[in-house]
Design a protein around this ligand. Structure first.
Ligand code: PMP
Length: 357
């Protein structure tokens, strides 16, 4: 009983949202579009949005809040409809975090390092200090080091799990400790969660007011080309994201294509199964290649491998028409290549080329 009370006492309360959000954003009067003002489906004559009456259906502006798609996704993901934000890729949601929470030149964000490059790029674009906390040799973070990087102006902490480019799930105990101890916003980027074999942080959304979970249609869903990302958070945060985003950020063709895919989403499970099977086979074979020093464990649809000479191997593969990613310049990734899992034939082409290298 006492231990439980102590554990509870350690949880730091999130700062009120009004204190975390930039004052100009908090007081923003958002643009209201014609499609915001009139939401019903019953009308037949639309003369409200200065659209062209010809060229049906692309003459019409899309639903700014993508309600039909959200109604489907909330059932699949087990979250409330008003906890979902759709962005032009999850990259849009990442950028919005900075634009909403970080005062340029004043506030800062903390992230694990190495990780997905867009957090740092968005920080730079928004003139926000970006504090990198190095992972250990197993690409795991230390909660105390992350918390030590926090000061009064830290608004955001980024985790990416499974992490890119290392491919591993981040230790949940570390993420939980940071969620419990930090009074700002904690972002858990789960772009690769469908390959991870662990539960999503979405399950914690209802009791974690400071949690933002990012997912995407670009990986397991196989739709990187339509640019559709998801952010999940408490409704008050989603409301602010909706205020700041471009009015029609998700185009009509994307909404339509995503809807078609959602209606047959069993396909995704099949793709994930094939990719996981191929991941095991390719990693095992890659580890035995002459050029390979070490294959790191993966919980994603790619793996990182340390090789003898990453630049030479990369260039050789380019000459064979096979493109992997050379991550050698990234922290802790010297001489490392990141390899995405392809089809059986694509993976065989890679193995065959490297066996002759
Ligand atoms: N997060 C991570 C960890 C990624 O690796 C990527 C893309 N490679 C993204 C987000 C961006 O995804 P999207 O296509 O949804 O913008």
């Amino acid at each position: 009983m006492e231990a439980k009370a102590n554990a509870k006492a350690k949880v730091k309360k999130m700062k009120p949202l009004q204190e975390l959000v930039r004052p100009n954003i908090w007081s923003l009067s958002p643009y209201t579009s014609a499609r915001d003002e009139y939401k019903g489906h019953e009308a037949k004559v639309f003369l409200d949005a200065n659209e062209n009456p010809y060229n049906d259906p692309v003459n019409r502006y899309p639903d700014p809040l993508q309600r039909d798609l959200k109604a489907r996704i909330c059932a699949i993901k087990g979250v409330r409809e008003d906890s979902i934000f759709f962005g032009n890729g999850s990259d849009e949601a990442i950028d919005l975090m900075f634009r909403i929470f970080c005062r340029p030149g004043v506030d800062n964000a903390v992230a694990i390092e190495p990780t997905y490059g867009m957090y740092g790029v968005c920080a730079d674009i928004n003139d926000v200090e970006y504090r990198r906390v190095l992972l250990d040799d197993n690409f795991q973070p230390d909660a105390d080091k992350i918390l030590a990087a926090v000061d009064a102006n830290t608004k955001l902490i980024f985790f990416c799990s499974p992490n890119n480019p290392s491919g591993n799930n981040i230790d949940r105990k570390v993420i939980d400790k940071v969620l419990d101890s930090f009074d700002g916003i904690v972002i858990v980027d789960e772009a690769y969660i469908d390959f991870a074999g662990v539960p999503s942080y979405l399950q914690q959304l209802s009791n974690r007011p400071n949690l933002v979970v990012l997912q995407t249609f670009s990986k397991a869903w196989g739709m990187a080309g339509i640019r559709l990302g998801m952010a999940f958070a408490q409704p008050q945060i989603i409301d602010i994201m909706n205020k700041v985003k471009y009015p029609y950020n998700i185009n009509q063709l994307t909404q339509k294509r995503a809807m078609e895919e959602v209606m047959q989403h069993d396909r995704v499970r099949g793709w994930v199964e094939s990719i996981l099977k191929e991941r095991a086979r390719l990693m095992e074979k890659f580890a035995r290649l002459d050029c390979c020093i070490k294959v790191y464990p993966s919980d994603a649809n790619f793996f990182l491998a340390r090789v003898k000479d990453a630049a030479a191997t990369y260039n050789y593969l380019v000459g064979q028409g096979i493109i992997v990613r050379n991550r050698s310049k990234v922290a802790l990734c010297g001489n490392s290549l990141r390899v995405t899992i392809g089809t059986v034939a694509e993976n065989n082409a890679l193995l065959e080329a490297l066996s002759k290298y």
